[in-house]
Structures are given as C-alpha cells and as structure tokens.
Design a binder for this molecule. Structure first.
Ligand SMILES: NC(=O)c1ccc[n+]([C@@H]2O[C@H](COP(=O)([O-])OP(=O)(O)OC[C@H]3O[C@@H](n4cnc5c(N)ncnc54)[C@H](OP(=O)(O)O)[C@@H]3O)[C@@H](O)[C@H]2O)c1
Length: 467
C-alpha cells in the first residue's frame, strides 16, 4: 500500500511526486496518457518508491486508507472528469486534493458535491513552477481543517523553508486556498509587467543592451528589490541563443500568453468592488500584446515616436519605480484577499499568507518582510497604506515614478503598470475625487440619486424639464 496517490504527470505532477517520495512517502502515480507515465518512470525515477498505474481502479486500490490523492491536472473540465472517474472506487473519509490552478468557484462546487458523498476535498494552490514543485513550493491549502490535518505533516515537509518556517499554512475554509493562489498569480502578472516596462525604458530611452540591463537587475536583486522575478530577469538577460549568439530575449516574439488566473483575479476584484488597477492592467497589457500584426500596421501609420534620450541617472529612479509598483501590487492583492475573506467567510490570516509567500513561490520577495512589519503594526491595515511607514516609503519613491512616467509618456512608451501605480496611490490619497460629477451625470440621465456633502439623505433633482 502506498501513502499518497498523484494523478497528472505533466511538469508539475512529475516534480511534486519526486518531491513527496524524497521526503519519505511512497507514491502511486497515474496519468491519462499511459505513454507519459512510462516515460516518467524510465527517465526520472531512479529507484524511488513511485509505483506507476495504468488504470484508475488499481491506482486507487494501491493506496492505504483513508486514501489521499493529489490531482495535478489541467484546470477546468479535466478536474471534473477525473473526479468522476475516481468516484466509483473511493470510500467515505478518502481525501482528494486539487493542486492545480482551479477557479475558486469550481472548488466550492466540487467541495459541496463531494461532501454529500463523504469525500474530503482540499483546493490547494501550489506556486514555484517545476523547480519549486521538486525542491519545495509555497503551498496554499484550503478546505476543511480536518482534511488539511490528514496531510499537514507531508505538506510541511515538501514545502519550501525560510527562516520563518515551512511555506505552507492552512489558508481557510472552502475555496480559500485557490482564491489566495489566484490572487498570488494576479500579483505575479503585475510585477512581471512592471519589470517588463522598466526593461522597455532601459532599452528605448537609455539605449541599454540586454546584458547591461541584466547587470542592473542583478545589482537590484542584491538590495531591497531582491526577489525571484528580479533574479530570473537578470538570468534571462544573460542567456545567449546558441544558434545566433544573440541574447535570446531579443528573439522572442512580443506576444504574452495567459492561462486565466490573472483575468479571474481582475474579475473577482470587480465582483467584490475592490480597486486593483495594476492587477487588471497587467491582464490588459498581455491582451494588447497579442495584436502583433495590428500593432505593426498602426506603428507605421502613427509614424516614428520621438524618443527622449535619458541619462543613466534614471536608473535609480527606475529602481524606485519598481519598488513602488511592486509594493502597490502587493497592496492591491492583499486588499482583495482581505475583502474576499470577509465575503466568503474564509477567515484568512494575512500575516500567514505573507509568511508562506516568502519562499518557494514566484512572487517571493524581500519586500514581504517590510509589508509584514506594516501589517503587524496594524492588522486592520487592509491595503497597507494606513501607516506612517508605508507613507514614508511611498513619498520616497513617488517623484521617481513621476520622472520615469513623464519620460516614457513623452517618448511614446506604454507604461500601464507604472501609471496605474501612481493613479492608485494618488486616488487613494485624494480626499476630493471628481466622482461628484459622475453622480450628477447618473442622476441627470437615469434619476440614480446622489448624496450631498452638506446634508444627510438621498437626493434627486430634475436637471431639465422632461416635456
Ligand atoms: N506549470 C506551472 O508552472 C504551474 C505552476 C503552478 C500551478 N500549475 C497548475 O498545476 C496544474 C498542472 O499544471 P502542468 O503545467 O503540470 O500541466 P497542464 O499542462 O496544466 O496539464 C496537463 C496534465 O493534465 C492532464 N489532463 C488534461 N486533460 C485531462 C483530462 N480530461 N483527464 C485527465 N487528465 C487530463 C494531462 O494528461 P495527459 O498527459 O493525458 O494529457 C496532463 O497530465 C494546472 O492546473 C496548472 O495551472 C502549473
């Protein structure tokens, strides 16, 4: 009898299976396409206690009870299909763990359905890509505490470790784990877009070559910006294409793909009424990048853009701009998680989220310590801004972002993220927004009513005679 079952042997599943077995557990594996299972066993399993199965029934039978089965398959219908296949062989008290990037609504639906059959279910976010899956990811499990406790020991063992402990913590009820993983990805989209915009400015305004840009990112990674995404940007900039001997990044088509978690984050934010402009615009920027042919035609129609030549003093402004946009992306994501926790009754501890994001995951960053200090000071500081520490940080960076965005505007370089960082902060620190005019317009054409600043109540005015 094996301790754990794992279904889905693509990049994540293979590496997670190896990680689990290397931590002392025996694992049964199954993949829909048998060829992949065979290849995995032949090429990557070197005597570890991993047993392949080629049909679901024998796979389930091979597990000690209560059975614990991790699903690492493509999100969406495949998860439902595989659950359907498993159900006839499962018994009350068995546990299914969906470790893919499932939509949180799907997780709630599956949880509800399986609970009627006495099957326990965890919706578990796993971040860190294939490297993290093998060497220790950040793990965000949600569902019932009882279900979590059945696998807690194993999850703590296989997760990444930092000086603050294992990067795994019970996130909360229902779909809490998948919600937090989704927002993690939304923040990831935003930070990646900020880095890309800064790279664009370095090459277009400062005329820097990829390897020079890489060295700057390397330097930044030694300081306050130390983070996985800054680190890999340095490595990417240094990577030379064997065929052409050119930096590979310069040969990659500028069309960014997406699998959905960024879009879902924006949709969830709209549903909950939480402003996450940077997270939303990172999705917009990827969508826009897709129109390559159209961009080429329009770029000819528009004509050459007048690039302003910048000097290297801009680099310290770019560093501060990345710091502020990273901070504001975390601010927006944490606010969304806080609000979702109330709306969905997840009971999420934001400090724990920050702790488990410190290692293993794609958005791990030194800045999380600073953010943790701000939140510790005042746990009600839902978007981090209600703090003198945060305000001093912002004030120290904002002039740099203004300088960078002014230059990029005048040079015709799009900077969705850097601009949205400024607008987010300027809007939240503005006591008078022009929303009074919006309210007047709404009342004018739709009798939607408005409130007044000088009197309590709800008002409507006949702005013009109807007849
Ligand atoms: N890649 C990453 O860096 C990363 C990071 C974190 C989380 N995730 C999430 O982790 C999950 C796995 O990701 P991945 O990149 O390893 O693989 P993936 O490309 O998302 O999915 C491929 C796996 O799903 C299986 N599958 C697809 N349709 C199926 C169906 N109808 N029934 C049964 N199995 C089916 C495939 O089996 P076949 O071999 O038979 O096609 C294969 O094992 C996804 O939810 C993904 O979003 C991925």
């Amino acid at each position: 009898m094996n301790d754990i079952g794992l279904i889905g042997l693509a990049v994540m599943g293979q590496n997670l299976a190896l990680n689990i077995v290397r931590n002392g557990y025996s694992v049964s594996v199954y993949n829909r396409t048998a060829e992949k299972t065979k290849k995995f066993i032949e090429e990557r399993v070197k005597g570890e206690k991993i047993t392949p199965y080629y049909d679901v029934q024998n796979f389930v039978k091979s597990l000690s009870r209560p059975r614990k089965i991790i699903l690492m398959v493509k999100a969406g219908n495949p998860v439902d299909e595989i659950i359907q296949e498993l159900l006839p062989y499962l018994q009350e008290g068995d546990l299914l763990i969906d470790a893919g990037n499932s939509h949180y609504n799907d997780t709630d639906r599956r949880l509800e359905k399986l609970s009627h059959k006495g099957i326990l279910y965890l919706g578990m976010g796993v971040s860190g890509g294939e490297y993290g899956a093998l060497h220790g990811p950040s793990i965000m499990p949600g569902g019932s505490l009882k279900a979590y406790q059945m696998v807690e020991e194993m999850l703590l063992k296989i997760s990444a470790k930092t000086e603050d402990g294992p990067c795994c913590s019970y996130i909360g009820d229902g779909s809490a784990g998948h919600f937090v993983k989704m927002v993690h990805n939304g923040i990831e989209y935003a930070i990646m877009q900020s880095i890309a915009e800064i790279y664009d400015i370095m090459r277009k305004i400062l005329g820097m070559k990829s390897n020079e840009i890489g060295l700057i990112f390397h330097q930044w990674n030694e300081g306050k910006l130390s983070s996985f995404l800054v680190e890999i940007t340095y490595k990417i900039m240094q990577h030379i294409d064997e065929q052409t001997q050119k930096p590979l990044v310069e040969l990659i088509l500028d069309k960014a793909e997406q699998k959905g978690t960024g879009k879902w984050t924006a949709q969830a934010a709209f549903d909950l009424g939480i402003p996450t402009p940077s997270l939303n615009l990172a999705v917009v920027a990827r969508a826009l990048s897709h129109f390559k042919k159209e961009r080429e035609i329009l770029s000819n129609l528009f004509g050459e853009k007048n690039r302003i030549a910048g000097d290297r003093s801009l680099i310290s402004d770019l560093e501060k701009s990345l710091e502020l946009s990273m901070f504001s992306s975390f601010s927006q994501g944490l606010w969304l998680i806080h609000e979702a926790s109330i709306a969905h009754n997840y009971k999420i501890n934001l400090l724990e989220i920050l702790r488990i994001w410190k290692g293993g995951c794609i958005i791990r960053a030194k800045m999380l310590d600073f953010i943790k200090d701000i939140l510790k000071e005042n746990p009600q500081n839902i978007n981090l801004l209600f703090s003198e520490k945060a305000m001093n940080f912002i004030k120290d960076k904002i002039k740099s972002v203004i300088r960078v965005t002014e230059l990029s505007r005048r040079s015709g370089i799009p900077t969705f993220l850097l601009n949205s960082t400024l607008d987010y902060i300027f809007s939240l620190t503005e006591s008078h927004l022009p929303a009074n005019l919006i309210q007047a317009q709404r009342d004018f054409f739709g009798a939607h009513t408005f409130e007044r600043t000088d009197e309590e109540g709800i008002f409507h005015v006949e702005w013009q005679p109807l007849e």
